[in-house]
Write a protein that binds this ligand. Structure first.
Ligand code: FAD
Ligand code: NAI
Length: 478
């Protein structure tokens, strides 16, 4: 019938359009256009970091009116929400890493990248001290570069609260190197536990996996670990799987303090079904190489043996942030980060902005906050740079006040809790809707798939999920 024919044409047309658009994206990705060279007559904007904040700026910044320099100890962007999946091999590491040079090579003007850590700043001279690794033995070299405008997006670093033994004995879950280390140690524990020649107490110790911190990082990691034990370990180490124990230790009365009460209860009951022990009101006081000491709810202390311990108790300031604060000590009075105003200007500074986890802007340290700040700042810098091109003396740092101040719009919170279940706390017409379960898990998957940085990342993550479904996770130790 004619209607059916029209429908067929629409379907064929859409499919053809999607295939052509994807093909064009892939072609453009592999074949970037010629770039304009660095222009000494233009101002230099230095971006510190290649995380959510700085990379969003780099992606959206118009390089027509700036020379852009990026400084970061890692030459890639990391999609942190899926990092817990890399600790057990649900997703392969490179699937959530995007080389920053791919992004830089697509800008109109050449962008410089220094794989180095910024360690100090001289705000008077507008100079930055960079430290780059010179050799694999850990030798470093100092370099000094200048900036006209500086954007600080260095994130945070793991907070151990000075707990003895954590740095030496625990694994963190912040960077890709951490996920790699966890995966290696996990397989190490299981392989060692499969020897006949060890005592039963030693076998139980090796198979006791501990997570410290019941925030979203600790919860997602415990969920992934449970899936690995259930789906893979049980098949390949049948004699051991039943003896593996997972314990999550949280100092507060419940896990996930930032989530809705219903979702906290749902998570705790899912963990209980999955035989994950949650110790609340229990604080880890020391981590030794084979055991850790906790303060129990009644104030007594106990020593508990473990094989693998993952420390996920939140973040604190990077050392360079403290150096920047020292330069503007009169205005920078909070040790937790850089105080910024509603235009993301570092208080007390000139021509320095900060965003993301290193900035104290009144919002939680979240990827979505850093990304929205990055979008806001790049949009306004693009507008101002046009004014700057007309009048080189225009003061962008002062003029940004003419823009509408930054306001964060929450897209809600999602977290994976294991056994193909996720929880969601989503804003909906000035109300929050909460959901947990398998449907939420599929929503979680599709949301993250669509948010991944590039078509390449989305393709790799989707294929990892399919691969895991058919072949299971890879249990070889790298
Ligand atoms: P980051 O993304 O941490 O980037 C900092 C960058 O600065 C890095 O490139 C780093 O190498 C670089 N750097 C560090 N020191 C220096 C230096 N001295 N000089 C130059 N560069 C430096 N948030 C959500 O909203 N949703 C989630 O689902 C979510 N899941 C998470 C899961 C995990 C496991 C973790 C650890 C975090 C998660 N977060 C999530 C939080 C989110 O990742 C952070 O809020 C976000 O990364 C902050 O972005 P940022 O740009 O400020 O810093
Ligand atoms: P967090 O700060 O959210 O939670 C850390 C937890 O560790 C706290 O509940 C704290 O009480 C506990 N703790 C601290 N010291 C302890 C000790 N000695 N013993 C026992 N418990 C201790 O940290 P997290 O989970 O690393 O998250 C950091 C940021 O990243 C947060 O803003 C979080 O919202 C965000 N994030 C968001 C995710 C999501 O939305 N899915 C996933 C992961 C992180």
């Amino acid at each position: 019938t004619p209607r059916l024919r029209i429908l067929k044409r629409i379907i064929y047309g859409t499919a053809l359009g999607t295939i052509s658009y994807t093909g064009w994206l892939m072609y453009r990705n592999r074949n970037p256009a010629e770039q304009q060279p660095f222009d000494p007559s233009k101002k230099t904007m230095v971006l510190l970091g290649t995380g959510w904040g700085s990379t969003t700026i780099l992606k959206n910044l118009d390089t027509e009116n700036f020379n852009v320099v990026v400084v970061s100890p890692r030459n890639y962007f990391l999609f942190t929400p899926l990092l817990p999946s890399c600790t057990v091999g649900t997703i392969e590491n490179r699937s959530i890493m995007e080389p920053v040079r791919l992004l830089m090579r697509h800008k109109n003007r050449e962008v410089k990248f220094y794989e180095a850590e910024c360690t100090d700043i001289d705000a008077e001279k507008k100079e930055l001290v960079l430290e780059r690794r010179k050799s694999s033995e850990g030798q470093t070299e100092k370099i000094i570069i200048n900036y006209d405008y500086l954007v600080v997006g260095v994130g945070g670093t793991v907070n151990t609260f000075g707990t003895p033994g954590v740095e030496e004995n625990a694994c963190f879950l912040k960077e890709m190197g951490d996920a790699r280390k966890i995966r290696r140690r996990l397989i190490d524990c299981v392989e060692k536990a499969s020897f006949d020649h060890i005592s039963e107490a030693e076998r139980d110790r090796l198979l006791h996996m501990v997570v410290v911190g019941g925030g979203p990082t600790g919860i997602e990691y415990a969920g992934e670990l449970h899936d690995f034990l259930e789906d893979d370990l049980a098949q390949w180490y049948p004699g051991l799987a039943d003896r593996v124990r997972i314990t999550l230790v949280e100092a507060l009365p419940n896990v996930l303090p930032a989530f809705d009460k219903k979702l906290i209860d749902y998570t705790q009951s899912t963990f209980s079904d999955n035989k994950i022990t949650i110790l609340t009101r229990t604080m880890v006081k020391e981590v030794k190489d084979k055991s850790f000491i906790v303060q129990n709810p009644d104030g007594t202390r106990s020593e508990i043996p473990y094989g693998l311990l993952v420390w996920a108790t939140g973040i604190k300031s990077q050392p360079v942030v403290n150096k920047i604060r020292e330069q503007f000590s009169a205005a920078q009075t909070n040790g937790r980060g850089l105080l910024v105003d509603e235009y993301m200007r570092v208080k007390g500074a000139k021509d320095v902005w900060a965003l993301g986890d290193c900035a104290l802007s009144g919002y939680a340290p979240l990827a979505q906050v850093a990304a929205q700040q990055g979008k806001w700042l790049s949009r306004n810098l693009n507008k101002l740079s046009k004014k700057h091109a007309e009048d080189p003396d225009a003061d962008m740092f002062a003029l940004i006040e003419k823009s509408r101040p930054f306001k964060y719009s929450s897209q809600g919170s999602l977290a994976y809790i294991g056994s193909e279940k996720a929880i969601a706390d989503l804003p909906f017409f000035n109300r929050n809707i909460t959901a947990g379960g398998i449907a939420t898990f599929w929503f979680w998957k599709s949301a993250y798939l669509s948010e991944l940085f590039s078509l390449r990342n989305s393709t790799l993550v989707a294929s990892d999920w399919v691969k895991r479904y058919f072949f299971g996770r890879d249990i070889s130790r790298e």
